[in-house]
Design a protein around this ligand. Sequence first.
Ligand code: ATP
Ligand code: MG
Length: 391
Amino acid sequence: MENVLLIRYGEIHLKGLNRPYFERVLLERIKNALRALNASIKREQGRIYAFGIDPANNEYAIGMLKRVFGIHSVSPALSVSKDWDTICACAKKLTLDAIETHGIKTFKVFARRADKCFPINSTEICKELGHVLLTEFGPTHGLSVDITKPELALTIEIRENAYIYTEEIPCAGGMPTGTAGRGALLLSGGIDSPVAGYMLAKRGLELSAIHFYSYPYTSVRARDKVIELARILSTHAGQIRLHLVPFTDIQLAIYDNCPPKETTVIMRRLMMKIAERIAINDKAKVLITGEALAQVASQTLESLCVTNDAVQIPVFRPLIGFDKEEITKIARKIDTFETSILPYEDCCTVFVPQHPVTRPSVSDIRQSESRVDFTDMIEKAINDTELIIVS
Ligand code: ATP
Ligand code: MG
């Protein structure tokens, strides 16, 4: 009898010829996540197994696996030989554990027979094993069968070995990080952008992050907050290349030369232009922002079109149809919320005009923007950008 974590992956099954590639990357991610435990990880018939983990470390291991994109669920299981008496003994042990630790009174057996050479089919396994458990624990512990809402769902899978478990713990799902390529996230200190990064890392993108700051109008603490957000994000998304871009000169030039009501949207265009350059340097094929339609003046349909006009590279906005409340819920789940709400200013909020345009036109904004030649300032900002590898 051996302890094992049975790891299921979801959507990778949809991949045709590319499936081995996705499986290989996922296996690597899992090995990385469990490195500290010296587990032996192997893949067999559409499953991944982690052996050799002391059950006392299961909670830690499962916590780590929950952060690996591509994993659908995990079950701590017992692996035994495909011998009926051994299977019964193991099922009894797990049932007794559940009775003693959780006081369960009802159960149901589920069976899956992937190995068709096993002589008993799944319906018979359920029936026979149900009978064994009922006879053993009915009289002594008042255990009974409940086929609609059992307190204990005992599952037997017959594969290379028999795997027996009572729990299926949902994980993050998605695709293994890196399998979709690289994206560059515009990371502010707010609630939205870390969530946007999380959502696309979950779909397999590796992340670069780009943050614009405006010393002395924004503080060192605001910068540290963004580094901390990138760090939390990296616990889900793997290593992040974080670029810190000095933006003060550009902001002041906009402020001094452009119509006040247009400064925000012009500033956003310049952020996008610089981000596009950094993204291409980092081999990222897409920009990612935390914008949501109509959230603020710079996120009306017209403003978003004017922002898009500044760049050639595609811009992904995974939160576009989300309410703030929905975004906040995810921010709490991924542990970025508490850091995001620390009250340090962002360069977007320092220079906010009182009455920003809500329906800007591309031609008007291009014209206002042309009052300043930003070329040298953009080059300088890119040259002075600091790179931090966050992992
Ligand atoms: P929140 O809306 O919670 O304050 P936010 O991150 O969405 O935070 P917004 O002002 O709504 O902030 O900005 C919209 C998007 O623009 C952000 O999601 C982010 O992608 C990008 N952005 C804003 N400020 C910065 C910045 N200083 N550096 C990098 N990207 C930024
Ligand atoms: Mg926002």
